[in-house]
Design a protein around this ligand. Sequence first.
Ligand code: ADP
Ligand code: MG
Length: 277
Amino acid sequence: MDKIVKVNNMSFEYITDESAHKAIDELSLEVEKGEFVVIIGHNGSGKSTLSKNLNAILLPSEGSILIDDLDTREEKNLWEIRQTAGMVFQNPDNQIVATVVEEDVAFGPENLGVEPKEIRKRVEEALKSVGMYELKDRQPHLLSGGQKQRVAIAGIIAMKPKCIIFDEATAMLDPSGRKEVMKTIKRLNKEENITTIHITHFMEEAVEADRVIVLEKGKKVLEGTPREVFKKIDMLKNIGLDVPCMTELSGMLIKSGLEISSDILTVDEMVMELCRL
Ligand code: ADP
Ligand code: MG
């Protein structure tokens, strides 16, 4: 399979005058083209440091990262890497630069030197693909959090990335905004085949991933399908993480003597299991 992201034995150290802090510690991982990978981990486990390294905002202290076979440490690759792997951050307000929605989405391709006719086409497509085309003339600051985040996503899509890294892009949204944005992220992955790396602390969002990677103190401590990872309830709890509600409930029911499966992830699966009894 084609790997769009290759992290090879990579470490990253923050160095200040007084101290050095290793935020990523000899990490290796790969992401396949078209894959939907979720990364979870406690605060300070190195998720944002990793995502900034994937986009060459930070460069590895040791080891290497290849994005679509381009080494992030080579300066000549910078533009292509930033175009290949777009990033969406937590706070939509920090990502919106223009006073009209469609101008904001045009900003990225304008900076890439795309010709005006093509920009108009890309802006229209990008806004349609996040369901914001009808609001193209609005002022971004009057939109809801979920809508603003979708505009930010459209701004990235207009640059035609192969891969998007979402660094807790749903964290500041209310439940309905979070749902809107997750639906958009999933659609882009499934229908437009954009490789997705989604960092989140909402376990329910991790349930739908192809693969979940768990970081702890800059190291990968668990990796697998959601079912494989969330089965390890005790280990996840030990490092301060939750499991999806239904997984938690199944654990409790098993402890109290019910004979049900230990790897239930969703309400539907729970209903099926209980009806089977
Ligand atoms: P996460 O996104 O998982 O919460 P981060 O990647 O932001 O984790 O941080 C990983 C570790 O690196 C933390 O211990 C954090 O305090 C430290 N760190 C993050 N940014 C800096 C920085 N600019 N300077 C020094 N240390 C930092
Ligand atoms: Mg972070």
